[in-house]
Design a protein around this ligand. Sequence first.
Ligand SMILES: Nc1nc2c(ncn2[C@@H]2O[C@H](COP(=O)(O)OP(=O)(O)OP(=O)(O)O)[C@@H](O)[C@H]2O)c(=O)[nH]1
Length: 403
Amino acid sequence: MLELTSTAEKQLSQISQVKMDMFIGDTLGGNYHYKFGANEQPPSANPLKIEPQFLSNNLAQHTTANAADLAANKTRTDSNEYNHFDKTLETRFNPPHSTTMLGGNALSSLSTLVDYMMEAMIVVDEFGNIQMANRHAVALLLDCNKSSTNSLIGQRWQSYLTEPQKSHYQQMILESTFEPRPLNHLPNETTLNMSNGQTIDVEMSVTHFPMSEPLFGIIIRDLSKYRAEYQQLYKWASTDCLTNLSNRRVFDADLKHHWKTCIEQGDPISVLIIDIDHFKSFNDNHGHVMGDRCLQKIAAAIQASLPNENCTAARYGGEEFALVMPNCDTSEVQQTAQLIQQNINALTYMDIGLDISVSVSVSQGHASEVNGQFRTPNALLCAADTALYRAKADGRNRINACC
Ligand SMILES: Nc1nc2c(ncn2[C@@H]2O[C@H](COP(=O)(O)OP(=O)(O)OP(=O)(O)O)[C@@H](O)[C@H]2O)c(=O)[nH]1
């Protein structure tokens, strides 16, 4: 256990002039000695002592502000805007830079701080060469718990970055040398190259330390676990678990999205609804377990009949499926319906233990928006449903187009 001397305390206090959201507290939990990132001076007679009340107020403020900005940042990221270094964000969180330079001894205190950090942290110089690293950084970037922290020293930080961030950071590091407001930013999501050739999704913040030769503290948080969980949750929320097709939520969203794009660009869009004929009888004759297997086989036949990957095939209800087909006109949707009919009529159910004589057919109805005949996506969907109703009424195993 390394005890900080009073000199080290002073040095840590110096580092606290850097704009980082960080507090250092003692083991009793109440006496917070240093506040990193505060623009305000602590309301205490002793500048090294900060009252717990001051801490909780400031933490609350910082947390709220960070959450709001991250939410805004995320929204922009979702809309695919390249915004990793959004100027508004930087300006808000990086008030005009203090002219105070950290003293020479601050370097050894910074090194101690990096070692003690419970998150992966590296410190790079103005050329991007790694000057300090802790064991968490080694474990993350080198994917190894055994290498010493020296393994990262001297390596170029940029080699871990992926484009377009790589060029962007390169530029920002260069500019940091001349600009009054140096490279500083809150945690942003990005992708890093690891030494084993794989990539990892991380959240990364950069803090400038105003030494005579500037240093940048980089804190990296591995997001892989959260990304994998997010992807799993997204799959569950968007997929029909029996057939693996998209669910109705995705169908509705895709129809709305493609409708907007196609109408704006003057392209056609079609909807096809497919309903299994006499499926109640199938269930009654063969049981619901076989009924489930039949639904899976029909879903696979529908998916295999799609003309291109822009089309969405969804399970719309119990034994009903629906397709949204952007850029497809009446003849294209009719061709797809014919292929689906052909593929489903050709299915046998011997692989699930049923007799060779068992067969299943579907009825289909479709509608296309080509010349402004439908005002809304819902009107197009209703027209396809009406066409399906007629296909059923006309004897089933049929395709009917809305006219
Ligand atoms: N096995 C199974 N059956 C389902 C599922 N969802 C709905 N069904 C069955 O699908 C059948 C639908 O019956 P109906 O609406 O009368 O339709 P149909 O028998 O296909 O008759 P038509 O559509 O008029 O040709 C019902 O027996 C439901 O129990 C499911 O997930 N699995």
